[in-house]
Design a protein around this ligand. Sequence first.
Ligand SMILES: [Zn+2]
Length: 614
Amino acid sequence: MKIIFKIFILFFLFICTFTQKVFAEDLYKVTSFNYDTSNAFILLTVPDTVEEPVLKSIKVVKMENPTRAYFDINSSVLTTPRQDWSFTANGLKQVIVSQFSTNPDVVRVVMYFDDDFDLSKVHFYRIKNNIIIKFKDIQAKNDYFQNIYRDDHASASDFYEYLTMTTPDVPKDDVVTQIQEAFNTQHTSRKELKLNTKYYIDSITPKQNAILLNGFGTITIEKPMILTNPLRIVYDIPNTLVKGSIRNTEYKIGENETVKIGQFSVNKARIVITTDDVKKYIPIISSDNQSLLIANTDKIGNFNLFSNISNMISYSSEKIDSQTNAMTLAFTAPVVHGINRTNEELTLYLYNVENYNENDFITAFKNTAFEKAQISLIPRIGLELTLPLEQNSLVNTFLGADGKALKIIVKAPKKQAFITEPTTPAPVTQPKPQGKGIRKVVIDAGHGGSDYGAIRCDINEKDITLDVAKQVRDMLVKKGYIVQMTRDGDEYVSLQDRVAISENFEPDIFISIHVNSSTGTEASGVETHYYHQESLMLAQTLHASLASAIDTKNRGLFKSKFYVINHTTDPAILMEIGFISNDKERAELNSPARKKATAKAIVEGVENYFKQIK
Ligand SMILES: [Zn+2]
């Protein structure tokens, strides 16, 4: 506990130590752990403060019965709770990182393997202050990259649920428990660990036109979402836990600008910045990847972001497969970088980089996927690197463990065959006819169980959607339809499972029922989402039925890439049956009359739809 407290002091250090954490004692502090499934390695970050590098003397001891390997880090303390990870990959079964003794201070790392595991596959070495353990022979240049930024298109369904700030089931004030939860939740059942990063946000420092987050672990940030009315930008940080006492506090960071950080789900933090300058706010990552500043790029000149100057010294590209290419850049000193992702391009701001060789850069990327990359030095900003992107590309960026390399992986979208076909509007595809008029319908009640959906005044989206869904089911069954529910009780069903249930059932149509929410209280009304063209008629018909039956605003149809309507093969729609954030509409949504009228309208819509397609 004392040690945990000590590390907290760090987070109050001023921003000028953004790139360098300074410790008061001559002890190594093991601050961060990272397991990367793609490369099968474990990384421990140990800030180095003593003259004689003790880490150099570390010896790995390999033993049989059970097959295991361990090493001790002398003169070191663990600044997080004991780590106990379980694995089912690469022959690795378990890793335990613990404070082996306190006098002297020794941290011990023990790895257990399958009995037949070849211990000669375990490689130990260090890059700067990072201890790296590799489990198979892999190319050295990929060893130490950590995922910093990723496009997460699978979570597009979050767009309409940005206000759901579910609090995970951990005691709010027990910091140690929270950290343990953050680092252990996904592998308590010995399932394969699939975490790219782990991060614990311990402190938030509001600044003029910026917000600084400090914590430990390593940060990965996702593609932002921009929301309107009021304008705000949303950044998600996956695999992250926010300290209980700083959740959902609103900070003022400028004239009419505020920021709020919530625990969006058990393992995801969400940062919402309300500002008219949404597109100006970008994430800026420290070279040790433990601090994150989200700041208005126009005003970034006011911040002292770094204490060291770096030069870009090497440039290379690599074709990973027909769609995927990687660019790797190396530097003389750790870089502090900002990431600006838009639909058209990715821009990296390398704030402390002063030099590069333009000719080498151009030559390196000539005739590669990065040929259109542009680079320039901008006074008082640093180096700016811009990569044009095709729409629907997937971008991942990585930072080297020593902060001295950046890797950008771009996956281009699959080329669709129909794009080359004539552009005459295709008739709406007729869904497959079903014999004897017996129709199969999947009803998907949004959320459930631990996933409450949007919550206002103790009224939960998951309860309203289930209630309406069950009424729709009962009415359809009475009319002779075969109905499959994705859930018929208050239980958690993943989006993947919802799709799987539907695919197995092979329905004629899929209808997902949700309740909308907004940060304000004014928004109200119904809207219907579809994604695939063949779902358009279903969306039009059901939306018309709902909008005419319910006395609320008709917000119209939207083409949205929500998971359940994107991944299902049959015509599929997602209906938002009203706003829980609007006091009047919430009361109505929760009333038996509105629920019944909504169910009835959906059923009438289904009937009309099947009449149209015969
Ligand atoms: Zn929902």
